[in-house]
Design a protein around this ligand. Sequence first.
Ligand SMILES: Cc1cc2nc3c(=O)[nH]c(=O)nc-3n(C[C@H](O)[C@H](O)[C@H](O)COP(=O)(O)O)c2cc1C
Length: 214
Amino acid sequence: MNRHTEFSGIKPKDHFWVEIYHLMNSIVQPRPIAWISSISSDGVINLAPFSYFNICSMNPPIISNSIFFNRDGSEKDTLKNIKATQKYVVGTVSFKAAKQANISSAPFDSGVNEFEEAKVHSVERGPGEPPFIAESPVQLVCELNQTLALGQGAGVGTLVLGNVKEIYLSAELKDCEWQKGISPELMNNVGRMGADFYAKTTDVFQLARATVNE
Ligand SMILES: Cc1cc2nc3c(=O)[nH]c(=O)nc-3n(C[C@H](O)[C@H](O)[C@H](O)COP(=O)(O)O)c2cc1C
């Protein structure tokens, strides 16, 4: 067994936050990616990926995203839109859409629709509704539960909690026994690692949940 007995400490307060950002991103990994489709109050559609993403309650289902301020201190369009309309759609990012998800993360102006820039197909859901992402096999239709601003300025996150009101599965997935979960091969999600690394989810293994009798 590989045991570690000597450790050296790093205090975040002694370093520029970007160094800690790179360090933390390489420690807290792999992270799932929420591909968020949102719409502004004047109807501009927006798409961007977010990997500070998780489930934080299940009955009813609530998910979390942390959306940072831009480096110039301004709010990201996704956060502005969610605050303004209270609604958004989260798509999953599968391996074949990873490059498009990355393109949609570029700092386009607020008036730009990233579906078009990243050549992602949208599935319209009616006026004022953020569209589905055709490249994502699963869509979570979310309603804002609350935002928690952790401060203001570059490197600071705002925690966004969303109630998952509906879960849509693509035709490819709808015949699977989703009540028992969807197989990783069908999802084919990618995970976000540190720096520019991503992980595939094709090399998986199983461990049955432990019991006290083992
Ligand atoms: C894979 C990936 C994951 C990302 N995760 C986050 C995240 O969790 N939080 C965040 O604030 N920005 C994250 N970003 C950066 C945003 O996608 C980027 O700032 C984007 O331009 C925001 O778009 P918007 O202004 O249209 O909302 C991520 C980028 C990539 C490529």
